[in-house]
Structures are given as structure tokens and as C-alpha cells.
Design a protein around this ligand. Structure first.
Ligand code: FE2
Length: 150
């Protein structure tokens, strides 16, 4: 596949490999946790900067999944999964809003306070659950179910 995709097809095995893009996002989320760890607090400037990078990374990733990416492949190959894909697209909308809100809150804050920490925690949990659902969907579409398409 020429575009940036979630997975790379291994034609010899006929399965999808684990997703490097999701691994990169997981590393981003771990970084945010470290920066906001109340036991070893770091500055709001650092959180602002890193969050800006994570936001850019996540938005690019969402777009790559939605526009000609693996979402389209799954819908084409497995129409029964169209609703599940739509739910993921809808969640991208909510995650984008959460990222915007977090970035605005960080821009207005003078330190990593409890409300920002809570918001960040909620975002990280939602993002992780979302990416796991995507990984599961790929497994369901291509790895567990290598038989004929729907
Ligand atoms: Fe994803």
C-alpha cells in the first residue's frame, strides 16, 4: 500500500503485522503519563510542547486511517464490519475534540494541575481503548478470519 497505513500486509503469510503506527502512539501516551506523573512533576511547558506533537501525530494518523486507509479496506473486504468502522470514525471526532480541549486547557494553565491531570488521564485511557479496538478489528477482519471476504 502506497499511503501511510496502519498495517503492512505480509503477502507470504497472508496476515497483517502488528501496527507500527499504534506502537508509536502508545509511546506518545506513555511520554505524556511520565510528564504529568504527580510523583515526579514536570513543567507545563514540556507538557504543552509534547501534547502539541502528540496531537499532530494523532490527527495525521486518524486521517490516514480514514482517507483511503485501512478503514476503507475493511469496509470493502468485510461489509459486515461497516458499522464498527463508523463507530471508530465517530470516536476519532470525539478524540480530536478532546485533544483540542486539552491543548486549550494547557495553553491557559500555569502548571500541571489536578484538572489537567484528570483530563489527560481520561484522554489517554480513551485513546488506548480506541487503538485496542482498532487492533482487534483488524485481527477480526484479516487474521482470525482468513477465509473468503463477506
Ligand atoms: Fe488508529
Amino acid at each position: 500500500m502506497a499511503h501511510e497505513t496502519l498495517t503492512q500486509r505480509d503477502d507470504d503469510l497472508g496476515v497483517f503485522s502488528p501496527s507500527p503506527a499504534h506502537e508509536a502512539l502508545r509511546a506518545d501516551l506513555r511520554d505524556l503519563e511520565v510528564i504529568a506523573n504527580p510523583a515526579a512533576p514536570q513543567g507545563i511547558d514540556k507538557l504543552r510542547r509534547r501534547l502539541g506533537e502528540v496531537k499532530a501525530h494523532a490527527l495525521k494518523h486518524f486521517a490516514s486511517e480514514e482517507e483511503g486507509g485501512w478503514f476503507d479496506h475493511v469496509k470493502r473486504d468485510h461489509p459486515r464490519l461497516t458499522k464498527a468502522i463508523q463507530e471508530l470514525v465517530d470516536e476519532h471526532v470525539r478524540l480530536r475534540l478532546a485533544l483540542e480541549g486539552l491543548a486549550e486547557a494547557c495553553a491557559a494553565a500555569t502548571s500541571i494541575d489536578a484538572p489537567i491531570r484528570e483530563r489527560l488521564k481520561a484522554f489517554i485511557a480513551t485513546m488506548r481503548a480506541h487503538e485496542s479496538r482498532e487492533d482487534d478489528l483488524i485481527q477480526e477482519a484479516y487474521n482470525r478470519d482468513i477465509g473468503p471476504a463477506d
